[in-house]
Write a protein that binds this ligand. Structure first.
Ligand code: TRP
Ligand code: ZN
Length: 884
């Protein structure tokens, strides 16, 4: 039977015919047959009394429907329930039965390791009961949870605890959420947990009980998370003036979860990966992620819950804004430049890649088949960049004024991106008319600049042209408003003030046209130009830097992001040049500039360790791909390897010296009894150790000293007192295929095979090794006791790492990688299609790859198109890939 698939269009939005103001839910919990009784107060919103009530449903067994207590006629399909001839206001009772245990999609009510939990965003609530399951219907929820006494010590839902009683061996717990909310924010949890508790007093004196629930025995791994909640509460008061609005805030950690975490009103549910950390088992990155994800979900209480989205096309309204808020939170609490560079890497890596591929969409998409496919780096991270640009244009004070107006106007409402921009505009008095193009147009703008300097007039004249490549459905683009933060330097690195007509002008120049001319006066010499300070816009820059200019910026720029980007520029030029050489089978071109720049950073820059580690990052192949329209994977891989080889060989002494110093520091720290801690300073040493060790090991191997390389790494592993250092060693061992990897992997396995979350690091290390045997290793690890294809964390760690990070093996020219992942996609299609759709991302590039790989992927896609019951998630991506 032919499946009819339909895209929904943003402009087709219609106000709902009915709303539901109150809903009373009763859950009779049972692992395989939970009965849900929903009693709703339904009100007609239109004057058209003929319109039937249409409710959404998915995978439900309908037991009973009553209208004002009486039986009524209805029409049920696999995804809807329609009742004709209903009054303008009535009470609707719907009784459904669901099977949480067999809910492998992890949307709706499901069971995670014996505990009931929910995930309703975006369209999971319709898998619990028939309901108007769109975010523009806001209802007050009362939730009654019933289960045999003693079965589930904790039974939680949104809002305030109203009662908890037992009758006839059945315990009933009732929760009431006073804040009207869309169905996607409903949550229920039932099971046994360890509980952590903290008190918080808000700035206006409200007392809040903060609870964190984790797997039994894991309480000691929850302290960082619960402390992070308090930090987030405090920070949101201080920076945004936003207070928590209930007397209770709960976070629950579960092991089976499709995404990072979920902001359900007063009952956040988290992937345990972003909650459970301790000094022994978590990496520095794990610690940082807990703070930022806890912050993210907490901040949603205002930007998402109090003011929510009118429809899912508006997702960036809450996600872009909340990512911006969590980035600011981490920046204020940790190290701002590092946080900024991390965000820049996400944009220039996966986001630019998405923009260049068939799934390219504006941060506010225009058409969507499967909403789950649009929880994307574009909506989230580019969305945050768009908010950041508004912040840059308005400044902190006007931006906060805009936030205040936004809440004043829209508190308790479901609104659009347009409403947000209008509030910013009205509060600031600054027009954002043309700026709105960032919401409607996809693709990465390219700004190409040039400078002409007039020595007599002491004038610097810049021309900037912006062009944005066509993206699916958008052949032509209007110019964007691009805030370009500039700084001018003399050739010896002194800052030149920006002046025009005798007056100082702002660093942030707004490019609004296709062609822009910007003039600065009183420029004493031909300036060295820093463009895009702090990465002030998510664009690509083309600028003909003269000899020595990038070095000047690398050494002298005031803005750390400019220094970072200058080094990236130097590296990218090397890669582009040598990729072309590789394609033409010419010898590699040596670049003294790259070598000298790295030497400068190591020997003279005086940069702190952490920044040094970031600046020395060689972008991975899947980021470097964005530098090319047609992707020659073999040539890019070869030129990247050559760069690593050159740096390892030419700077061998420096890497050796640096590594030995850092490893001595580590030993000294341990010997002196100083504990591992997640301070900027300690993280910095470890970040730099990772870089130094890998170059040192590479250098040793190139000198034929494989044994010494293996021993060095084994030593590092043996000495380590923390997960980060252990993984630096383990990853170096697998990355360089050292003999000592066997011993290290074996030890790690013995220590951690009972902790799947930690064992994911093993999966990642093996899956990312660039060697022919990797795919077979990955396949056999699918039989490991820790692996479980029904757990999204495991799938992402082992299979997602292989497809998304191991560009070399996955794209191996025989097509074996594509076929392997295609098999996995077929399996996951019937159990968890949303997770499947995320790991297929690299295959969407097919049209930019060589003909051989293109045809291999094409046959895999054709195979997928023919399987029975292909999900919309996978179909939509293949369909778009073929159309591009
Ligand atoms: N709103 C969640 C967040 O960004 C995203 C999310 C959680 C999600 N779980 C999901 C999205 C499941 C899709 C499917 O914080
Ligand atoms: Zn979010």
């Amino acid at each position: 039977m032919a499946v009819i698939r339909q895209e929904k269009r943003r402009l087709d939005y219609q106000k709902p015919d009915f709303t539901i103001t109150d809903i009373d839910l009763t859950f009779d919990l049972d692992l395989t047959a939970t009965v849900v009784t929903a009693v709703s107060r339904v009100k007609r919103l239109t004057t058209d009394g003929d319109k039937p009530l249409v409710l959404d449903g998915d995978s439900l067994k309908l037991l009973e429907v009553r209208l004002d207590g009486r039986e009524c006629l209805y029409n049920e399909t696999s995804n809807s329930l329609t009742i004709e001839n209903v009054p303008d206001e009535f009470e609707l009772t719907v009784k459904t039965e669901i099977n949480p245990k067999d809910n492998s999609e992890l949307m709706g009510l499901y069971v995670s390791d014996g505990k009931f939990c929910t995930q309703n965003e975006p369209e999971g609530f319709r898998r619990i009961t028939f309901f108007t399951d769109h975010p523009d219907v806001l209802a007050r929820y009362t939730t009654r949870i019933r289960a045999p006494e003693g079965a589930y010590p904790y039974m939680l839902s949104n809002g305030n605890l109203i009662s908890d009683s037992v009758a006839d061996g059945i315990r009933t717990v009732t929760w009431e959420d006073p804040f009207p909310k869309p169905s996607y924010l409903f949550a229920l949890v039932a099971g046994d947990f360890d509980e952590l508790h903290r008190d918080f007093e808000t700035m206006s004196g409200r007392h809040v009980d903060v609870y964190l629930y984790v797997d039994k025995g894991q309480a000691s791994c929850g302290t960082v998370a619960i402390e992070s909640i308090l930090k987030a509460m405090q920070w949101d008061e201080k920076r945004f003036g936003l207070e928590y609005d209930l007397n209770r805030f709960n976070v629950v950690a579960v092991d089976f979860f499709n995404a990072g975490a979920m902001e359900n009103k007063s009952l956040n549910i988290f992937n345990s990966k972003y909650v459970l950390v301790d000094a022994k088992s978590a990496t520095d990155t794990d610690f940082e992620n807990v703070l930022s994800v806890i912050g993210h979900e907490y901040f949603h209480n205002w930007t998402g819950d109090r003011v929510t989205c009118r429809d899912w096309f508006q997702l960036s309204l809450k996600e872009g804004l909340t990512v911006f808020r969590d980035q600011e939170f981490s920046s204020d609490l940790c190290c701002r430049p590092i946080e900024r560079i991390k965000a820049v890497n996400v944009i220039k890596g996966p986001q630019f890649a998405e923009d260049a591929g068939p799934m390219a969409h504006p941060i506010r998409p225009d058409y969507v088949m499967e909403m789950n496919n649009f929880y994307s780096v574009t909506v989230y991270d580019k969305g945050a960049e768009v908010i950041r640009m508004i912040h840059t244009i308005l400044g902190e004070d006007l931006f906060q004024k805009g936030m205040k107006l936004y809440f004043k106007r829209h508190d308790g409402c479901a609104v659009t991106c347009e409403d947000f921009v209008a509030a910013m505009e009205d509060a600031s008095g600054i027009s954002l008319k043309q700026f709105r193009n960032w919401y409607s147009q996809a693709g990465t703008p390219c700004v190409s600049g040039s400078l002409s300097y007039d020595g007599n007039m002491k004038q610097a004249t810049y021309t900037f042209n912006q062009t944005t490549p066509a993206t699916p459905g958008q052949p032509k683009k209007e110019p964007f408003v691009i805030p370009l933060s500039m700084a001018l330097y003399t050739s010896d690195g002194r800052r030149i003030p920006l002046k025009r007509d005798g007056k100082e002008v702002s660093e942030v120049q707004l490019l609004t046209e296709e062609h822009n001319v910007i003039v600065f006066d009183d420029v004493p010499e031909k300036p060295v130009t820093a463009l895009l300070q702090n990465f002030s816009a998510p664009v690509r820059i083309e600028y003909p830097y003269a000899q020595g200019e990038l070095e000047t910026l690398l050494k002298c720029a005031d803005d750390p992001v400019v220094r970072y980007e200058s080094m990236q520029n130097i590296i990218n030029s090397y890669i582009v040049l040598n990729t072309v050489n590789a394609q033409r089978r010419l010898p590699f071109t040596h670049s003294e500039l790259v070598v000298q720049s790295v030497r400068y950073i190591l020997e003279e820059s005086g940069l702190d360790n952490r920044f040094m580690a970031y600046i020395l990052r060689i972008p991975p192949v899947n980021t470097l791909m964005s530098l090319f329209t047609a992707i020659d994977l073999d040539a890019i891989t070869a030129s990247r390897k050559e760069l690593v080889r050159v740096l390892a060989v030419e700077l061998f002494d420096l890497w050796e010296k640096l590594y030995l110093k850092l490893s001595a520091d580590l030993k000294n720290r341990i010997a002196s009894g100083t504990a591992y801690e997640c301070s900027e300073e300690q993280i910095g040493s470890r970040d730099l150790t990772r870089v130094a060790l890998n170059f040192y090991v590479k250098g040793l191997i190139l000198r034929g000293e494989d044994r010494k390389a293996g021993e060095t790494v084994a030593q590092h592993y043996a000495v380590s007192d923390n997960m980060t250092d252990s993984l630096i060693a383990l990853n170096a061992a697998t990355l360089h295929n050292l003999e000592s990897r066997h011993g290290i992997l074996k030890d790690f396995e013995e220590k951690w095979q009972d902790n799947p979350l930690v064992f994911d690091n093993y999966f990642r290390a093996v899956a990312s090794a660039p060697y022919p045997e990797t795919m077979e290793n990955v396949k056999s690890l699918m039989n490991h006791r820790c692996f479980d294809i029904t757990n999204p964390n495991r799938v992402r760690a082992l299979l997602g790492t292989f497809s998304m990070q191991n560009t070399e093996c996955f794209n191996e020219i025989s097509g074996a990688g594509y076929e392997f992942i295609t098999e996995i996609l077929i399996k996951l299609n019937s159990t968890n299609p949303h997770v499947a759709a995320t790991i297929m991302t690299p295959m969407l590039n097919l049209n930019r790859l060589d003909n051989r790989r293109k045809s291999l992927i094409t046959s895999c896609f054709n195979r997928l198109l023919h399987i029975e019951g292909l999900s919309d998630s996978i179909f939509e991506k293949i369909d778009r890939a073929f159309k591009q």
